[in-house]
Design a protein around this ligand. Structure first.
Ligand code: ADP
Ligand code: MG
Length: 339
């Protein structure tokens, strides 16, 4: 009797497991927006979702790329101070980026692009500009100078200024992809910016690894478990950086100095339902630094986001809402930020 039961249980379990695994999983990897993207969709329409998602990403890249001469962003940057007509999508994202610029008091400033370019982050020809050049560059960073004409769907930028939407585009794209999945479960990883859609078909939570931020290191800092549609967006000094004379310089700029933001943080992960908000904040809070970032989070409960901050000394700080869902996988000090 006993032995029969013991034999029976593993059989039932394996049937259950194979039953779950029957939900088809389709994945593809593409290179777009300067990064590797992994797209996964579940169910019979998975391949269709991925095909549409891929097409959409290339379409957005074509509109938003700062290096594509035919993009809306290039047209704005070469506008010589004149009004430039753009697509509705570009206009919408620009409006959002400017509103987050205001909300973060200029920590997010899309006109930081001249500095990003001068430091060589777009070309790979890295250099450290001198103090005079930095002062000149800083004088050309001011998002309040970007003019929008909603009726004509036009944008005007003063001569000598340049902008880019790299700080927010992938989060926004990830929201559009989640929408496109049409209620089917999917997970999109756009170069470390993760967006889930729906619940995982096997009922388990989405498990998302948060990358170790220290330059040159690899592996996961920890794992986050989530259910439903969420964005997990990280900005860090480890993605695009170079080293010179023992200093590390990265691609997130302090708009006040036109130099890489050195605020005491090595990475900021923002978790929330809106990928665009999370992406905007990941960049802005990185510029602000740990104290200001925690204050911003306390002051804006309406945004519904949670944070994982990694400090320069390796300490991890998480906001209280993540206490149950984030697990460290490295030996580090972890602190909880209370509301
Ligand atoms: P990633 O795109 O690497 O995931 P971010 O979302 O933080 O990282 O965006 C970084 C990009 O945003 C840079 O490549 C640059 O083009 C632009 N950028 C840099 N500093 C700022 C800033 N302070 N505000 C807005 N955009 C910025
Ligand atoms: Mg960002």
């Amino acid at each position: 009797m006993h032995s029969v039961r013991f034999l029976f249980l593993p059989m039932v379990l394996s049937l259950l497991l194979s039953g779950c695994a029957q939900t088809r999983e389709t994945s593809s990897t593409i290179f777009a927006m300067n990064t590797v993207m992994e797209l996964t969709a579940y169910g019979d329409s998975g391949q269709q979702v991925l095909d549409q998602a891929t097409e959409r990403i290339y379409q957005l890249e074509h509109l938003l790329s700062v290096t594509d001469e035919n993009s809306d962003i290039s047209a704005i940057n070469h506008g010589e101070g004149a009004w430039v007509p753009v697509s509705q999508e570009t206009f919408q994202l620009l409006s959002l980026a400017l509103s987050y610029g205001r909300e973060t008091q200029g920590a997010l400033d899309i006109t930081a692009y001249s500095a990003v370019h001068a430091w060589g982050f777009t070309t790979g020809e890295y250099r450290v500009p001198g103090p005079e050049e930095l002062a000149e560059l800083a004088a050309r960073i001011d998002y309040t100078q970007v003019e929008l004409d909603p009726e004509g769907c036009r944008v005007r930028l003063p001569q000598g200024m340049q902008l880019d939407l790299g700080s927010i585009a992938k989060g926004w794209a990830s929201d559009l992809l989640a929408e496109l999945a049409g209620g089917e479960p999917a997970i999109f990883n756009l170069g470390g910016n993760v967006r889930t859609a729906g619940d995982k078909p096997d009922g388990s939570p989405w498990r998302i690894g948060i990358q170790t931020p220290e330059a040159g290191s690899s592996g996961y800092l920890g794992v986050l478990e989530l259910t439903g549609s969420q964005a997990v967006i990280t900005s860090g000094g480890y993605e695009r950086y170079f080293e010179e004379d023992g200093q590390t310089y990265w691609h997130i700029m302090d708009p006040d100095t036109a130099a890489p933001a050195r605020s005491g943080l090595t990475s900021v992960t923002v978790i929330g339902a809106d990928g665009t908000v999370c992406d905007a904040l990941s960049t802005a809070l990185f510029v602000m630094g740990p104290e200001e970032a925690a204050d911003f989070w306390r002051a804006h409960p309406e945004l519904g986001v949670e944070l994982i901050l990694v400090l320069e000394d390796g300490t991890v700080q998480i906001t209280q809402g993540l206490e149950e869902t984030f697990t460290l996988s490295q030996d580090r000090t972890m602190e909880v930020i209370a509301p």
